[in-house]
Design a protein around this ligand. Structure first.
Ligand code: BEZ
Length: 209
């Protein structure tokens, strides 16, 4: 095994980082990347990360030539061009736009979830903006409902960028919002998530608190 040639700014709790880790495992590239753990929130930035990504966000990936790429969508695209197996992001045609749109819905669930989490744990309770929190939760519920009704067959068909992204979004909901009750409202999605959670890539990347 050769030494890792890339460095991933990483936090096991980030669903965006998890997408990258799952793709690395699914494509057999996990040994190519060293992990640099980053502890950060929007109000307690990570100085080392800021030097490489002025947005101060993870994941960011330092390549072998020293260049740093971000965000998670760019990193997934890059890594999907670095292996010889079937692409996990369709290269062209309508499949590309559909799978990326499903992945974008999952990213939106993650965005809303992480913002709710930050509002709840970083802001003083008396400053919580309840209407905004509820609007974020509505966004999550609406998107899950669409996936439940329109996308189960597509998610089941192959474990690619779309499925990886949705699986990581659901994993984050379980991690931070175990009382959300998303399974009751979305039983097909719950069954699908149970199945994909058995994959070695999902087991290896389970968030650890
Ligand atoms: C979390 O602790 O929920 C978290 C950590 C890093 C990025 C996003 C979320």
């Amino acid at each position: 095994m050769s030494a890792p040639s890339m460095t991933l700014f990483h936090n096991t709790l980030s669903p965006f980082v998890r997408k990258v880790m799952v793709l690395l495992h699914e494509t057999g590239q996990q040994d190519r990347v060293a992990l640099q753990d980053c502890v950060l929130t929007p109000v307690s930035p990570n100085a080392a990360l800021n030097e490489d990504n002025p947005l101060g966000k993870i994941p960011a990936l330092r390549l072998a030539d020293g260049n740093v790429i971000h965000d998670s969508r760019v990193i997934l695209d890059y890594l999907d061009h670095q292996h010889v197996g079937n692409p996990l992001i369709p290269r062209d045609g309508s499949a590309r736009w559909r799978r990326l749109t499903l992945a974008s819905m999952a990213d939106g669930i993650m965005d809303a979830s992480v913002m709710v989490r930050y509002e709840q744990v970083l802001r003083a309770p008396e400053k919580h903006w309840d209407e905004w929190l509820e609007a974020q939760r509505d966004k999550i519920r609406r998107t899950l409902a669409l996936l439940e009704h329109d996308a189960i067959a597509e998610l089941t068909s192959h474990f690619d960028v779309a499925a990886i992204s949705v699986a990581c979004a659901l994993g984050y909901l379980d991690l931070r919002f175990p009382d959300l009750g998303w399974r009751e409202a979305n039983p097909q999605l719950a069954n699908w998530f149970f199945e994909v959670s058995q994959r070695p890539s999902m087991i290896a990347t389970m968030p650890k608190i």
